[in-house]
Design a protein around this ligand. Structure first.
Ligand code: 5GP
Ligand code: ZN
Length: 112
């Protein structure tokens, strides 16, 4: 299901012609607009969920992590960090669930 005012629904729908690193029936991955590392990619479901807590379909949860594997294998990224921000307090700013993949540089071991 799509949400009309959601930027990531529009991206997943191809509205902006965003280049997808991978695309399956259920998910897409694309580069972050404001990268925090040399590699900064977002993996999202095509359907709209505000956050990870709203996904009840465990198959979809698996597909999102499989997406992380597919992306990193495709670009040859062996060492990376994955982040899922849930809620404003945790730093979520786009309320369509997404997994960040960050890599290509030494990342500080911080959770701040
Ligand atoms: P959050 O803070 O919600 O965990 O992460 C949202 C991410 O989406 C941010 O890293 C931000 O740079 C990225 N972002 C926001 N709007 C767009 C957009 O229109 N296109 C792309 N590619 N990334 C976006
Ligand atoms: Zn959405």
């Amino acid at each position: 299901m799509k949400k009309d005012d959601c930027i990531f629904c529009k991206i997943a729908n191809g509205d902006f012609g965003t280049e997808f690193i991978i695309e399956t029936n259920d998910i897409v991955a694309f580069r972050d607009l404001n990268p925090q590392a040399p590699e900064h990619i977002l993996v999202i479901p095509k359907d709209h969920y505000d956050n990870i807590s709203q996904i009840t379909d465990t198959n979809l949860l698996g597909k999102l992590l499989e997406g992380v594997q597919k992306v990193t294998q495709k670009i040859g990224l062996k060492e990376f960090r994955t982040v899922i921000n849930t809620g404003k307090q945790a730093g979520q700013s786009v309320f369509h669930v997404h997994i960040h993949i960050l890599g290509g540089k030494e990342l500080k071991p911080t959770f701040d």
